[in-house]
Write a protein that binds this ligand. Structure first.
Ligand code: FES
Length: 112
């Protein structure tokens, strides 16, 4: 089973669509697809540089964020009601597809 993940640029235009195996973490899928998410703390929930904006129609289909994730999102720039940390989203095979937007100002220290 795989999940179709659509990445949008900060302005909402399509950036990349990939098929990811179920069970993958969204942050890893995004980085493999050359999306500009630093993920500096590698999923330790200490940086918020993996912030993505989930499409409203997909947001409620994801398991809710933990209190720790919500606390960290409070510190991120350009947070919206459907913001999440990509390191805290695992692609469940029941998801089918997921659309996420990269927030304005996201950049990648590795220069990709
Ligand atoms: Fe640091 Fe997600 S990678 S909070």
């Amino acid at each position: 089973m795989s999940v179709t993940v659509r990445f949008l640029r900060h302005d909402g235009s399509p950036a990349r669509t990939v098929e990811a195996p179920a069970g993958e973490r969204l942050l890893d899928v995004a980085q493999a697809a050359d999306q500009p998410l630093e993920g500096t703390c590698e999923g330790q929930m200490a940086c918020s540089t993996c912030h993505v904006i989930v499409a409203p129609e997909d947001f409620d289909r994801l398991p809710p964020a933990s209190a720790d994730e919500d606390d960290l999102l409070d510190l991120a720039a350009h947070v919206t009601r459907t913001s999440r940390l990509a390191c805290q989203i695992w692609l469940d095979e029941g998801l089918g597809q997921l659309t996420v937007r990269i927030p304005p100002g996201a950049h990648d220290m590795q220069g990709r």
